[in-house]
Ligand binder design. Structure first.
Ligand SMILES: NC(=O)c1ccc[n+]([C@@H]2O[C@H](COP(=O)([O-])OP(=O)(O)OC[C@H]3O[C@@H](n4cnc5c(N)ncnc54)[C@H](O)[C@@H]3O)[C@@H](O)[C@H]2O)c1
Ligand SMILES: O=C[C@H](O)CS(=O)(=O)O
Length: 477
């Protein structure tokens, strides 16, 4: 019975409080898992315990840390189905997407179990015969992470894995809506050999207060935040007081640019995957479609037809290919953006996949006749809406694409290699997909520019965010 195995993942003390967050199995109404909420005093104690534990962890060999991370990865793979179910029950995302997220999130742990052994220093050719110059790479220290609800497992492993690989300790405050898969990750980490106090997940009774604590506690030397640009700016301002290291993975407004010479089938498939994954609640989702005049009508017609085939339903149902939004407030916000776009002249294209009456669902929508001046083209929609803008030439597309405070992901579809290079170099974004709508991978440095943040997660760059570089000069030789 899944309920029992999911219970098995969580420590008993997360089930003893009644003032927490629980998830109920829709099959039988039974309580599957329940997370207690921690107050500021308890989180303070966790920070202090984590700081005490980091010295022993940093003193272990890189191979030893690597082996523990690998054991954690293996346990996640063994429990992948339970983790996916927990994620679907707490977020609503289709089980197939939850399974993909478990695999994607685990890949960061596997990757950094390998990177842990490559935190190389350098010996630098000296400027004097009696001196030697070398560098050391050392862990930043005690870290804190704040994560969002939309990818409740992967956004945690993408921070915790490099932190542990580097020799740091870390406390994670998950999103209020999705603490359970985070707690299950913690349980498996401790089972793999990560010291209990070195890595803790702390659902907070008061999230802003927990964030303030991370920003002001002197033992916290780095904060890694993933969430909205609005909150990221709050964190950045408050962390300035102690000049803490920061990684900020923030909001996006991804342009999805389709040129006349694009492979239409590939562009439509990429559009569907990029815009409607996680019901559009993804930071790197295509947020606006810039389509060249010659291919515009065919693209809109084909995209609308594909969207009408989406099966909108609770993710727990195997037939679901698009789940609900995270809550009713999100539905109201997205509906308001669509209504405003139509008032401003946009036109809804094609039929709409039906959505269940009960639950925070929003049917997928394709809008044509959108202009860059409309709110829906400048705000992060974070919902299943595809606004389509028409453009004439490459210079116009690049101007529209870059005319935004955001700079996370961008996508171009063209078979012209020279144009691919011009656009890859001209787009002011941290990540560019070329003829592909799904670009996220642990092997590449994920992150943004401008108001989409800074810092990189994944790749060989990801470890640097949790390490300091120290140089030593040895004289008198
Ligand atoms: N760039 C990325 O990698 C990435 C990944 C996922 C989500 N996001 C962005 O996150 C947003 C959606 O996620 P969300 O709704 O959870 O974002 P959010 O900013 O509302 O919340 C993110 C986290 O911050 C916490 N938080 C909220 N207010 C806070 C405060 N005042 N002080 C400290 N912590 C606070 C929340 O509890 C949550 O844990 C979107 O903008 C999306 O683009 C970005
Ligand atoms: O929502 C933001 C996530 O980073 C998206 S992804 O899972 O990394 O593609």
């Amino acid at each position: 019975m899944m309920a029992d195995s999911a219970l098995g993942l969580l420590r008993p003390d997360t089930l003893d409080s009644q003032d927490g967050i629980g998830v109920i199995n829709p099959a039988d109404g039974g309580l599957i898992a329940h997370a207690r909420l921690y107050d500021i005093g308890e989180i303070t104690a966790m920070i202090e315990a984590a700081d005490a534990a980091r010295h022993g962890w940093a003193a272990r060999t890189a191979k030893d840390r690597s082996d523990v991370l690998r054991a954690w990865y293996d346990l996640i793979v063994d429990h992948a189905e339970e983790l996916a179910l927990l994620m679907t029950l707490e977020s609503g995302k289709p089980l197939a997407e939850a399974r993909a997220e478990v695999k994607y999130g685990a890949a960061f742990i596997e990757w950094f179990s390998e990177e842990a052994r490559r935190a190389y220093g350098e010996v630098i050719p000296s400027f004097a015969t009696d001196k030697r110059v070398l560098t050391l790479r050392q862990p930043v220290g005690t870290c804190a992470a704040i994560t969002p609800w939309n990818f409740p497992l992967a956004m945690i492993t993408r921070k915790v894995a490099p932190a542990l690989a580097a020799g740091c300790s870390i406390i994670v405050k998950p999103a209020d809506a999705t603490p359970l898969s985070a707690l299950a990750l913690e349980t498996l980490a401790h089972r793999a050999g990560v010291p209990d106090t070195l890595f803790r997940v702390t659902p907070a009774r008061n999230s802003p207060a927990a964030g303030d604590l991370f920003c002001t506690h002197p033992l916290v030397r780095k904060i890694s935040f993933t969430g909205s640009t609005e909150v990221g700016k709050v964190i950045m301002a408050k962390a300035a007081g102690q000049v803490k290291r920061l990684s900020l993975e923030l909001g996006g407004n991804a342009p999805f640019i389709v040129f006349d010479d694009a492979d239409l089938d590939r562009a439509v498939a990429g559009a569907l995957a990029s815009r409607f994954r996680n019901a559009g609640q993804t930071c790197v989702c295509a947020n606006r479609f810039l389509v060249q005049a010659g291919i515009h009508d065919a693209f809109v017609e084909r995209l609308a037809a594909a969207v009408a085939q989406l099966r909108v339903d609770n993710g727990i149902n195997a037939s679901s290919t698009m789940g609900p939004l995270i809550d009713d407030r999100a539905v109201k916000r997205v509906s308001g953006l669509v209504a405003r776009a139509i008032e401003e002249g946009a036109v809804r294209v094609g039929g709409s996949a039906t959505a269940p009456e009960a639950g925070s669902f929003h049917a997928p929508v394709v809008l044509a006749g959108v202009t860059a001046e409309m709110a829906i083209a400048s705000q992060e929609i974070f919902g299943p809406v595809a606004p389509v803008l028409r453009f004439e030439d490459e210079a116009e597309a690049l101007r529209i694409a870059n005319d935004t405070p955001f700079g996370l992901a961008a996508y171009i579809f063209t078979t012209d290699a020279a144009r691919q290079w011009r656009m890859m170099e001209g787009l002011e974004y941290g990540m560019v997909g070329v003829n592909d709508g799904l670009i996220s991978t642990e092997v590449a440095p994920f992150g943004g520019v401008k108001e989409s943040g800074f810092g990189r997660e994944g790749s060989s760059h990801g470890l640097a965010d949790y390490m300091n570089v120290k140089y030593c000069l040895v004289g008198g030789l």
